[in-house]
Design a protein around this ligand. Structure first.
Ligand code: C2E
Ligand code: MG
Ligand code: MG
Length: 761
């Protein structure tokens, strides 16, 4: 038996050594304490081993000391481990250090046995046929036992407290160590009272050390993990349902139970309830995910359902689980964000961008359908705002939005295009023209305080090319609207063939202007200007387009088109260069003639006219006086101050400024007062419209007198007869232009005309 125990102790010592080695190498914080405990357990085992195996008194005595002192060391290491494993907090350091102190005193007391023999002595007995020195206890040994038991019990208590106070899922690790410890304690006590010669409880201590090594460092608490997972599942914000392999619900977490009102863990009928609520829960799928909406409008709830099958080790379906995430809040926030991005905040109608998007989709989805695009606009909305204030203005807009919402069928789309403009797309057969016209004719807005007849018009484009961009369709509807803009009788106008053709015409000409200029299809025609003695003094450059397809085009067929899209600037710059080119040629030939060029009011938007003209006269090296600039009074309609500045600059530069078409506008006389002009170009054409010859005469007479008084040279254009010429001459008109003398003509003809004229004068 002694031999057997010796072998066992040697093996346990070796095992503890290995454990200590790995514990010190472990990266865990507790590793060092575990390592020290394993090492501390070796001396008591070694002491016992010596006693068992020696049979010699002296060696056995050394063994006994190693055993006793080793037990103190073990207790110290156990306290250190307990501290690190259970308490950690610094406030428990006192307990630890007091334990060390008591154990140190016990060590001193035990060592004093060498001198006093108060703790133990050894006496031989016969075990297995040869001497075995057993320990004879004295009072010192009792003290030692009391000390060690006290420490042991303290540790035991700490573990018990820890076990009781820690949450159930983490208490498992304490309970395992605690039960081992209690077992070892009992074993040790049994040894003390049994009087058996060999302390077999040392085997228990060693096993205890090995268990601590395992549990503190390597044990993965599967049950703990299971419980943790279960606890996480219970606490998760998602609703979870677990099903067995036959699809019956076996468990639901708190959220899931609440969602389906499951009581007392009774999962009967849960599967049916889920299917009833969500229609489909992906029962036949291995892995399934879907978004679901329950309810409508404000009460709608949104869920994300996800189902996963769980397979066992043999890859057979063991069951499945379904998670249901309530995404109502996120979804509603998202919907609100989308709503705000796509709806106008004042009227709640679609924004222009979103309306266009919807129209694009509608027409794309139904390319065969007949639709109307309606552009709606309030006349003089600015005045409503000015008179009644913005609040009533907003009220008017909201009333129009309400009107649209009320009269438009459900499948139409409409929105606010910005400001006082609205857009609608409606199926042609659903639009009630008569009723709408009547409604618009009686459109009165009243907020109880103010009441106003609001003039609202609709321009309608019948969608013929569904692939056109909505912006172009609305342009066409707008074009139709502009025809009746201030009409109180008609409120609805349709984009018709004439408008369509004019659009096509505009597009065609605009796309061709570049190359037409390059190919010299666009040319200046010159019309002579004569003085009162009939002598030619200059000419007006008038644009002509000799179109390869449409033939001879006069300016009124294309100038308005380019004035609308801004290309007039390109055309005019080209014409001005042509005029300068001709003047430069004449200069070289010694001809002293001026040329008038036309400036469109729209040119002011697209370039710095003064700078441009100065640049070209210097480029062609001609005097500015030879290039006369014709400007109509409409130039002054907008941005008058700036334009006045430009005209003054032009005159300062030496250009002669002529007021074209005088008599055609509204406020000619008034403007004349402010406009810095050198020449007044009176258009006979406008005066000729009047039937009363005497009145015309008087007007002309006065204009001539007035311009003479103001020091402005008078020029009459549109002179068609000799009588007119004579009359104007008598009135004191200085310059003349008109079919009576010559029509506008190409340069070569003009030069011949001028040559003949100068010969005769
Ligand atoms: P405008 O500047 O008033 O030019 C005079 C117009 O009256 C010319 O028409 C001319 O052919 C016409 N005319 C001349 N004498 C008579 C006459 O005795 N009887 C009648 N009935 N008409 C006469 P045109 O060439 O068709 O030009 C029309 C308008 O187009 C011009 O009116 C001018 O405003 C504009 N225009 C012409 N060329 C240009 C240009 O290069 N640039 C710009 N921006 N506008 C131009
Ligand atoms: Mg002119
Ligand atoms: Mg004119």
């Amino acid at each position: 038996m002694r031999f057997g125990f010796s072998i066992l102790y040697v093996m346990l010592i070796l095992a503890l050594l290995i454990c200590a080695f790995f514990a010190f190498k472990s990266k865990k914080a507790i590793g060092k304490s575990v390592g020290l405990l394993c090492l501390a357990l070796i001396p008591p085992l070694a002491g016992n081993l010596i006693i068992i195996s020696s049979g010699n008194e002296k060696i056995s005595t050394v063994g006994a000391y190693i055993y006793y002192l080793g037990m103190d060391l073990t207790m110290a290491a156990l306290m250190r481990f307990t501290h690190d494993y259970c308490l950690v907090d610094k406030k428990y350091n006192v307990l630890r250090f007091n334990t060390y102190l008591i154990l140190t005193l016990d060590v001193i007391q035990l060592l004093a046995n060498i001198h006093f023999l108060h703790a133990f002595a050894l006496t031989p007995i016969d075990v297995d046929g040869f001497a075995y020195y057993i320990l004879v206890p004295y009072v010192g040994q009792s003290i030692h036992r009391i000390v060690d038991y006290t420490v042991f019990l303290s540790v035991l208590i700490i573990f018990v407290v820890k076990l009781v106070t820690s949450p159930r899922i983490t208490s498992e690790k304490y309970s395992v160590i605690l039960s081992t410890m209690a077992f070892v304690g009992l074993w040790s006590t049994f040894y003390i009272f049994s009087g058996t010669p060999i302390d077999t409880s040392m085997v228990g201590y060693a096993i205890f050390g090995l268990m601590i090594f395992y549990f503190a460092l390597y044990y993965r608490p599967v049950r703990l993990l299971d419980r943790m997972l279960a606890s996480i599942a219970s606490e998760m914000s998602e609703s979870l349902f677990f099903f067995d392999d036959r699809g019956r619900c076996i468990w639901a977490n708190k959220q899931g139970s609440q969602l389906l009102d499951v009581k007392d863990n009774n999962y009967e009928g849960v599967t049916d309830k889920l299917i009833r609520t969500f229609n489909d829960i992906g029962e036949d799928e291995e892995s399934w995910k879907e978004r679901k909406t329950i309810g409508r409008g404000k009460d709608a709830h949104y869920y994300v359902l996800e189902r996963q099958t769980v397979n066992d080790v043999r890859n057979k379906t063991a069951g499945s689980f379904l998670s249901i995430r309530d995404v109502t809040q996120e979804e509603k926030a998202l919907l609100l964000e989308k709503y705000n991005a796509t709806h106008d905040s004042l009227t709640d109608l679609y924004t222009k961008e979103y309306l266009f998007q919807c129209i694009r989709k509608k027409l794309h989805d139904d390319p065969e359908g007949n639709y109307l695009i309606i552009y709606m606009d309030v006349s003089d909305f600015k005045i409503i705002n000015d008179i009644y204030g913005n609040q009533f203005g907003d009220y008017v807009l909201k009333s129009i939005a309400d009107f649209i919402m009320n009269i438009m069928p459900e499948d139409s789309v409409f929105g606010r295009m910005g400001g006082d403009k609205f857009g609608i797309c409606i199926a042609e057969d659903e639009f009630d023209h008569v009723r709408t016209e009547r409604d618009l004719a009686n459109f009165v807005v009243s907020d109880g305080v103010n009441k106003h007849d609001v003039l609202v018009h609709m321009g309608i484009y019948e969608v013929a090319e569904p692939n056109l961009d909505p912006s172009i369709m609305f342009d066409r509807a707008h074009m139709a609207l502009s025809v009746i803009k201030n009409d109180y009788q008609r409120h609805i106008a349709y984009y018709d063939d004439e408008m369509r053709n004019s659009v096509i015409w505009s597009q065609r000409l605009s796309s061709q202007l570049h190359s037409a200029i390059r190919n010299r299809e666009v040319v200046p025609y010159l019309q002579p200007i004569l003085d009162n003695s009939g002598k030619i003094v200059g000419g007006e450059a008038l644009v002509r387009w000799i179109h390869p397809e449409y033939g001879f085009l006069p300016p009124n067929t294309f100038v308005p088109v380019f004035e609308k899209n801004g290309m007039i600037a390109e055309l005019d710059k080209y014409m001005w260069r042509c005029a300068c080119e001709i003047l430069s040629k004449w200069k070289k030939e010694g001809k002293d003639l001026f040329l008038s060029i036309n400036i469109s009011p729209k040119d002011f938007y697209f370039m710095d006219i003064e700078q441009e003209l100065r640049k070209i006269v210097s480029e062609f090296d001609i005097r500015p006086q030879e290039l006369r600039v014709e400007i109509t009074e409409t130039v002054m309609m907008t941005d008058a101050d700036n334009r006045l500045r430009v005209l003054n600059q032009l005159r300062e530069d030496g250009f002669i400024v002529e007021m074209d078409d005088f008599g055609s506008g509204f406020s000619s006389l008034n403007l004349l007062k402010d406009m810095p002009v050198d020449v007044l170009k009176v258009d006979m054409v406008f005066l000729r419209q009047s039937k009363e010859d005497i009145k015309t005469r008087k007007i002309l007479h006065n204009i001539m007198n007035m311009s003479n008084d103001l020091g402005i040279v008078s020029l009459t254009e549109g002179v068609e007869t000799q009588d007119q010429y004579r009359m104007l001459n008598d009135m004191g008109c200085k310059l003349f232009q008109g079919f009576y003398f010559a029509k506008p003509m190409p340069l070569a003809e003009f030069e011949k005309y001028a040559y003949d004229n100068l010969l005769n004068n």
